[in-house]
Write a protein that binds this ligand. Structure first.
Ligand SMILES: [Zn+2]
Length: 85
C-alpha cells in the first residue's frame, strides 16, 4: 500500500534539514525543522529561513541546495551531526 504523506497531516513527525545559501553573500546555512520558531540568518542578515515541520518561511534571496527529510523512526537521524564538513 502506497501512501505519500507530507506536512502535518498525520502524527508521525518528520525532521527536515534544509541546506541553503544566501545569494547575496554566498553564506551557507543549515536549517533544521527540529528547531521550531527559529530563524536562521545568513552572514549578511538579508536572508533568513524558518523551517518547521510542514511549512517554511523565508525572506531574502535564498537558494535551496539540499533538502533532506528524515522520518522520526529512522536511524538516519542519529547520523545527522552538523560536522559533515
Ligand atoms: Zn546573506
Amino acid at each position: 500500500m502506497m501512501e505519500t504523506r507530507y506536512g502535518n497531516n498525520n502524527k508521525s513527525k518528520m525532521r527536515i534539514i534544509l541546506e541553503w545559501q544566501c545569494e547575496l553573500c554566498g553564506d551557507n546555512q543549515l536549517s533544521d525543522s527540529i528547531r521550531t520558531h527559529h530563524m536562521d540568518y545568513c552572514k549578511c542578515g538579508e536572508s533568513a529561513l524558518d523551517l518547521e515541520d510542514g511549512y517554511q518561511r523565508q525572506f531574502g534571496k535564498i537558494k535551496e541546495i539540499k533538502r533532506t527529510i528524515y522520518k522520526e523512526e529512522s536511524d538516519n537521524i542519529k547520523d545527522l551531526k552538523d560536522g559533515t564538513k
